[in-house]
Write a protein that binds this ligand. Structure first.
Ligand code: NAD
Length: 284
């Protein structure tokens, strides 16, 4: 039997309508219009596309957005001065530094400079710590989007076996923390994991965030599992996920496509985080 498709495009469209309604009602009640600033250093073509899509998402939902373009050879001091300026700008509720930064810049220092309440990517140490300790912090967009998709299956997550492949700070680790918060039994796998298929075959929920096209094959998947493909790779100009979609869809119960899966949800969750940051600012 073929798996049900978790359609990121459709889910995003419906969420964006709700976000747009939230933006409108916040504006009516308080006069506050949520604002997102994206800092782009250099001219990496993929980053430019992401930044454009973020601006489009803001326009679509009625938010204010600015893009701060800095030259590829910008100094750390200038980058941090821009972050400080946006930290102090009342029209801006979310600040995002588009990654990766040019190599000479210190990413961790730049991210730490963003006020935690404006850190809509959820990468600030304070927000990472809050996620770890169960506090009310900003949740990174990609894992938040992935969890939303998992919830759409209607599955009771309590006590389910969840396996996350990948342990990065932006996807794998926060994903694992979110699933733990949902009372799943969570295993995190990585490049040194031994006999990966024997671990992944236990998963009721399998999230792959590796970046190797076709890495997850049908024999690695438990029948009926929810398979969430976070991976994005380019092969011959086409976007591919980590999961061998055609093979795995014959075994899984639910599956996300690439494109049209988690990637679509990431920017939507960024908009959601920005709206929530603006609501908190309006309450102050
Ligand atoms: P990363 O390179 O930081 O992490 C990759 C992880 O994969 C590492 O933890 C590594 O241990 C693990 N890994 C590598 N080889 C492995 C193997 N053979 N077996 C098991 N684990 C292995 O990457 P990242 O930033 O976490 O991103 C992962 C993927 O997700 C990339 O393809 C990236 O483009 C994509 N991504 C997608 C979105 C989205 O919006 N859909 C957002 C962020 C990242």
């Amino acid at each position: 039997m073929s798996a049900q498709i978790l359609d990121g495009k459709a889910m995003s469209e419906s969420l964006r309508k709700e976000i747009a309604a939230g933006v409108e009602s916040l504006r009516e009640c308080t006069g506050v219009v949520p604002g997102l600033a994206v800092i782009l250093a250099g001219n990496d073509p993929a980053s430019e596309i992401y930044v454009r899509n973020k601006g489009n998402g803001c326009r679509e939902t009625g938010m204010y957005s600015v893009t701060v373009k800095l030259p590829g050879d910008v100094t750390q001091e200038t980058l941090e001065a821009e972050i400080d300026r946006l930290n102090g700008d009342e029209r801006i509720h979310g600040i995002l530094v588009q990654l990766p930064l040019p190599e000479h810049l210190d990413e961790a220092r730049a991210l730490a400079r963003i006020l935690p309440e404006k850190d809509v990517d959820g990468f600030h140490l304070l927000n990472a710590g809050r996620l770890m300790t169960g506090g009310d912090g900003v949740i990174p967009c990609t894992p938040r989007g992935a969890l939303h998709m998992i919830r759409q299956t209607g599955m009771d997550l309590n006590g389910k076996e969840a396996v996350v492949i990948g342990r990065s700070n932006i996807v794998g680790k926060p994903m694992a923390m979110l699933l733990l918060r949902e009372n799943c039994t969570v295993t995190v796998c990585h490049s040194r994991t031994k006999d990966l298929p024997s671990v992944t075959r236990r998963a009721d929920i399998l999230v792959s965030a590796v970046g190797k096209p076709g890495f997850v094959t049908a024999d690695m998947v438990k029948p009926g599992a929810v398979v969430i493909d976070v991976g994005i790779s380019r092969v011959d100009g086409k976007v591919r996920g980590d999961v061998d979609f055609d093979g795995v869809k014959e075994v899984a119960g639910w599956i996300t496509p690439v494109p049209g899966g988690v990637g679509r949800m990431t920017i939507t969750m960024l908009l959601q985080n920005t709206l929530e940051a603006a609501k908190k600012a309006a309450r102050k």
